[in-house]
Design a protein around this ligand. Structure first.
Ligand SMILES: [Zn+2]
Length: 341
C-alpha cells in the first residue's frame, strides 16, 4: 500500500460516521447578558453570525474575556454604550463549596453583578435553541483576594508574582474543584481553560506581546513546591538560579544597547550551552502546565464522560494577528480587541 493511500484510509477510519455540525463559536461574558438580556444576545449572535456555540466567560479576573469593552477601545454597535470602570472579575456562577475541599482559595465569586449566575441564566435559553454552552475560564488573577498569596508563584528574587503556580496543590485543587463544580452543577457541553502566559526563559527575554518592558529578573517559579519537584527530577536548582541571573545581565545589557563582543545570537547560545538548566527550567514549567491540563481533563471526564474539554493556548504572535483585525467586531461578543503592548 502506498503511503498516501495508507494515510487516507487511516484517516477515513478515524472520521466520525456522520459529519459533525461545524462549530461556530463566540466568547461572551456575563455583562452582555446583563446589559442586553439573554434572549436578545442569543438572537443577535444567531441571526448575525449563525453562532451555535457559546464560550461563556465563567471565571476570570482579567479583561480579555469578561467585562465590557476595554476603556480606550471603540464600543461595539450593541449593548450599553459605556465602559465598566469598576470591573472586578471572579466567578460568574454560584460557588458550590463542596468542590473546594482541596484549596484554601474559596472566596472568588465575582461581585460585579450581584447574585447573577450566568450559566443558570443562559443554559435553558441556549438549550432551547440547540446552542452549545462551553465554560471558558482562564488563569488570570489579582492581588487583593483572600489567601491568594499562598497560591502565587515565587520570583527568583523571592517576591511573590501575580501569577499562580501549577505545582502548588492549592492552585491545582482550585482548578480541579472549579472544573468539577461546572461539570457537576450545570448541564454544560464542555469546558475550555486557558493559560495565557509562558515560561521563565521567554519571560526573561520579554518574548511576548508587550514584553519589551518586562523586568528580566522577574522570572518564575521558585516556590517550595517547584524547587522540591525540580530537585526530584534531577534539576540542579543552584545552576538554574545562576543561569537566570546571567540571562538577566544579558538582557539588561542588550536593552542598554551594550552589544556583546560576539553579538547577541552567539552570546545567547553560549549562555544556553553553559547553563542548559535555563532550558530545563523552561521545560519544567511547560510540563507542569501540561500536567495541569491533564488534571482538568481527567476531572471533567470523571464528572461527565460526554463533556468536551479543550484549551485556549498562549499565542506569542497575537499582536500582529489582532492588530490586523477589524476593530468593530473582534474576537468576542462585546467587540473587544485586547489592548496589545
Ligand atoms: Zn511554583
Amino acid at each position: 500500500m502506498q503511503r498516501r493511500n495508507f494515510l487516507s484510509s487511516s484517516l477515513a477510519a478515524l472520521a466520525p460516521a456522520a459529519p459533525a455540525k461545524k462549530m461556530i463559536g463566540i466568547q461572551v461574558g456575563a455583562v452582555s447578558f446583563m446589559d442586553e438580556g439573554v434572549e436578545p444576545v442569543l438572537d443577535n449572535v444567531q441571526q448575525r453570525a449563525h453562532v451555535n456555540t457559546l464560550f461563556i466567560a465563567t471565571f476570570t479576573y482579567g479583561r480579555g474575556i469578561a467585562g465590557r469593552q476595554v476603556p480606550g477601545q471603540p464600543l461595539a454597535d450593541h449593548g450599553k454604550q459605556e465602559y465598566d470602570l469598576n470591573y472586578h472579575g471572579g466567578n460568574y456562577t454560584v460557588i458550590h463549596p463542596q468542590y473546594y475541599g482541596s484549596t484554601v482559595f474559596r472566596d472568588f465569586r465575582a461581585p460585579d453583578h450581584g447574585d447573577f449566575d450566568v450559566l443558570d441564566a443562559v443554559l435553558p435559553a441556549a438549550r432551547k435553541r440547540g446552542m452549545r454552552v462551553i465554560c471558558w475560564y482562564e488563569d488570570v488573577f489579582r492581588n487583593d483576594l483572600p489567601n491568594i498569596g499562598r497560591l502565587q508563584e515565587k520570583e527568583l528574587n523571592g517576591r511573590n508574582a501575580t501569577t499562580l503556580c501549577f505545582n502548588n496543590p492549592d492552585y491545582r485543587g482550585f482548578l480541579t474543584g472549579l472544573t468539577e463544580d461546572y461539570v457537576h452543577s450545570y448541564p454544560v457541553d464542555g469546558v475550555m481553560w486557558g493559560s495565557d502566559r509562558q515560561e521563565a526563559f521567554s519571560n526573561a527575554l520579554g518574548a511576548s506581546h508587550g514584553g519589551a518592558g518586562r523586568d528580566p529578573g522577574r522570572v518564575t517559579c521558585f516556590c517550595e513546591f517547584c524547587l522540591k519537584k525540580g530537585r526530584a527530577k534531577g534539576i540542579n536548582i543552584d545552576r538554574v538560579k545562576q543561569g537566570y541571573l546571567e540571562l538577566e545581565k544579558f538582557v539588561r545589557a542588550g536593552r542598554a544597547r551594550r552589544r556583546p563582543v560576539d553579538g547577541y545570537y552567539v552570546t545567547l547560545w553560549r549562555l544556553m550551552l553553559r547553563y542548559p538548566e535555563l532550558l530545563a527550567w523552561e521545560m519544567f514549567w511547560t510540563d507542569s502546565l501540561r500536567e495541569t491540563y491533564q488534571a482538568i481533563y481527567e476531572t471533567a471526564k470523571k464528572a461527565n464522560p460526554n463533556v468536551e474539554v479543550g484549551w485556549h493556548i498562549w499565542a506569542r504572535g497575537m499582536r500582529c494577528w489582532r492588530r490586523s483585525r477589524p476593530v468593530r467586531m473582534g474576537c468576542c461578543y462585546r467587540g473587544s480587541i485586547p489592548r496589545c503592548g
